[in-house]
Design a protein around this ligand. Sequence first.
Ligand code: HPA
Ligand code: ZN
Length: 341
Amino acid sequence: MARNIAQFINDLPKAELHLHIEGTLEPEMVFKLAERNRIHLPYPSVEAMRRGYNFENLQDFLKLYYQTTRVLRTERDFFDLTNAYLARARRENIRHCEIFFDPQAHTKRNVPFGAVVEGIAAALREAAKGDGPTSRLIMCFLRDLPESDAMKTLEEAFPWRSLITGVGLDSAEVDNPPSKHASVFARARALGFQTVAHAGEEGPPAYIWEALDMLKVQRIDHGVRAIEDSSLIARLVRQKIPLTVCPLSNVRLRVYKDMAHHPLRRLAEAGVLVTINSDDPAYFGGYVNANYYAVQKAFELREPDLATFARNSFAASWLSDDDKQARMNEVDSYLIARADD
Ligand code: HPA
Ligand code: ZN
């Protein structure tokens, strides 16, 4: 156990299920794309930009996130962005990822839907054919826009539906309950899309109930505020509904004042299927392994505890049952091999 825990985390095979591809846009790439697309940036340097990454709450972050996203204009930009994440994922031993994208953030700037999805999907396809990771793509609706806008986006996506596995719901949560998007989710389900939704990040546990009952989602993104409602916890456990938790994000957006106050350990000990993810790693101080490391330190987790989170990440994924089992066996073999070292 004296072995380096950071190395253990790095080599642990894992899946990432809560990752906004636009949230992987590092300041270096912002500058590169701004130059390529001749877009003026309100920052003198990469360093100055990074220094501004100090957020009061979700809304405060989203303002910057949408502003920065403007440098993404062409299919090639989306391809390069996704490729950079996938290279990082390989270094972190992410074997499978389920990636969000926010089409409305781009189509409202007159970037064609096809440029966004084809750029992302081409990079995902190359990775799956090569050294991995495997992937699924999830189209998120921006919950602060009217539902009619989401409905239009769903129709717009139709020619590319074979590239998109599921739909999700993100952006400013408070005052935008899941019920607002019940019709578009019903339509998406009828078209055969899988479903997830951000709920219980800043919003109350009632939003998690709504996401389950009205949107009929299969996973809850974040969902950390479920800890405030014991009957909700009982339901998540009984129905094996996974939470895609993003610890560094929650601390950076001040949902919790520090990692010691984060409910991850309490949720896991209550029997909830908890996974660890990075959300918007370019903004929140780390990719998935940094998130594992931060919770390991805060809660003094041991190697078998960390392996459980990795196993959960495959169990909660949309891989086939056979692929899930194969990936979970890989986690078990890794743990045993390490114990024998
Ligand atoms: N929460 C909600 N919406 C988002 C986030 C997030 O952390 N990141 C990008 N869109
Ligand atoms: Zn998110």
